[in-house]
Design a protein around this ligand. Structure first.
Ligand SMILES: Cc1ncc(COP(=O)(O)O)c(C=O)c1O
Length: 401
């Protein structure tokens, strides 16, 4: 039995069976590369699901974590935390519309805070009837009961009824449906700038701008879920910058900590002040270790990583689009380093498996999408190598019956 097989077998005996792991155990990482327990090397183009924005074990992050680990680990929010204040200042500096930050530990928690605050905002202003959350079918906002309800995906809700009341869904990209849904019982519209988990689905051109106008007109808070698209993933700090819009509330997580768990909610002054003392919180939120690492991530992104990532992402996309000549890639969608390769004549899961055999980790979503979320530090040579490996995988995967 190989080491990978042995770890998989032990995992199957002791872990709850809620994940569908690939049959490899990742033991080590450096940059875009990871090695499994048997020593096989891969280019990691899933990046911990769009988390490892600076690759694995980036020296600046290792240094920040080590230094903070020798200083203080955890004190709780019963006290001011210098690193937390620094991180809030740094995040708000790159997010000019926001003036308040709340820290937590994951994307789901950040969205939970957004949703609760959206209701409380209207409640505090004398409109408790404005409590409905509108979101999109097939979106993904987390796994807590509130966020899984808002996510609008029956497969993630099955068995967990009763769900949270006061949640309504509309079709992503459908402005008329949204307009019809936004009556005066609606507190907020929560939306992803690009739907990540359901297959890297961008909205139609101009959708988010029209959504911003509509929500403002109707007195509804616009809550952007930038958990997957934020922190430079699409080539700008936040994906909504491409549209020239600003939300009222926003969530971030994943790449914010570059692999160390942290989430954040950013809010305008008007909305953020309603998260009053005692109304919300979490023991670990804004923990010194997490904040020290996130500060290092931000410093790297601001230090040129973002600009360079745009160039390499364009090269990667061009390489992927050129694979279409092989007949098995229909098109490539997404933005920056968040790309969906749409395959045809072959199952995405088969291509994922073949890619793994070629030394490339990608993620199959549904029947025909491969999601790629490599580090923003990817080099041109690494992008070319990944395209070559994916090309070989596409050719090797068995045709659909
Ligand atoms: C857009 C979006 N929101 C929220 C989440 C949930 O984040 P977490 O798994 O950190 O709770 C995810 C995770 O994939 C996501 O992609």
């Amino acid at each position: 039995m190989t080491r990978n097989e042995s770890i998989a077998q032990r995992a199957q005996q002791v872990l709850t069976p809620n994940y569908r792991q690939q049959p490899v155990a990742i033991a080590r990482g450096e940059g875009v590369r990871v090695w499994d327990a048997d020593g096989n090397e891969y280019l990691d183009f899933l990046g911990g699901v769009a988390v490892d924005a600076l690759g694995h074990c980036h020296p600046a992050l290792v240094k920040a974590l080590e230094e903070q680990a020798r200083t203080v680990w955890h004190v709780s929010n019963h006290y001011y935390i210098p690193r937390q204040v620094e991180l809030a200042e740094a995040l708000l500096a790159v997010t000019p519309w926001a003036s308040r930050a709340f820290f937590c530990n994951s994307g789901g928690e950040a969205n939970e805070a957004v949703l609760k605050l959206a209701r409380k905002f209207h409640h505090d202003r004398g409109h408790p009837e404005r409590n409905v959350i509108v979101s999109c079918h097939d979106s993904f906002h987390g796994r807590s009961l509130f966020t899984v309800t808002v996510g609008g995906q029956p497969k993630y809700q099955a068995g967990f009824a009763p769900l949270v009341p006061g949640v309504r869904h509309v079709k992503y990209g459908d402005l008329a449906a949204l307009e019809a849904a936004l009556d005066d019982t609606v507190a907020a519209f929560m939306v992803e700038p690009i739907m990540g988990e359901s297959g890297v689905v961008p909205p139609p051109e101009g959708y988010l701008r029209a959504v911003r106008e509509l929500t403002r007109k109707k007195g509804v808070l616009l809550c952007l879920d930038e958990v997957q698209t934020g922190m430079g993933r699409t080539g700008k700090f936040w994906a909504h910058e491409w549209e020239g819009i600003t939300p009222d509330l926003m969530s971030s997580a994943k790449a914010l900590g570059g692999g160390f768990p942290i989430g954040a909610m950013l809010a305008t002054e008007e909305v953020g002040q309603h998260l009053t003392p005692g109304s919300h919180g979490t023991t670990y939120g804004g923990n010194p270790l997490a904040c020290a690492v996130a500060l290092a991530v931000l410093a790297e992104l601001r230090g040129g990583v973002l600009e360079r990532s745009r160039e390499v992402a364009a090269r990667l996309r061009a390489g992927l689009e050129a694979l279409a000549s092989g007949g098995r890639v229909a098109r490539v969608r997404g933005r920056g380093m968040l790309l969906g390769v749409i395959v045809q004549g072959v199952a995405a899961a088969e291509v994922m498996k073949a890619a793994r055999a070629q030394g490339l980790l990608v993620n199959a979503i549904g029947d025909d999408v491969l999601r790629l979320a490599p580090p923003l530090t990817l080099t041109a040579a690494e992008a070319d190598l990944a395209v070559e490996r994916l090309g070989a995988a596409l050719a090797a995967a068995p045709a659909k019956p």
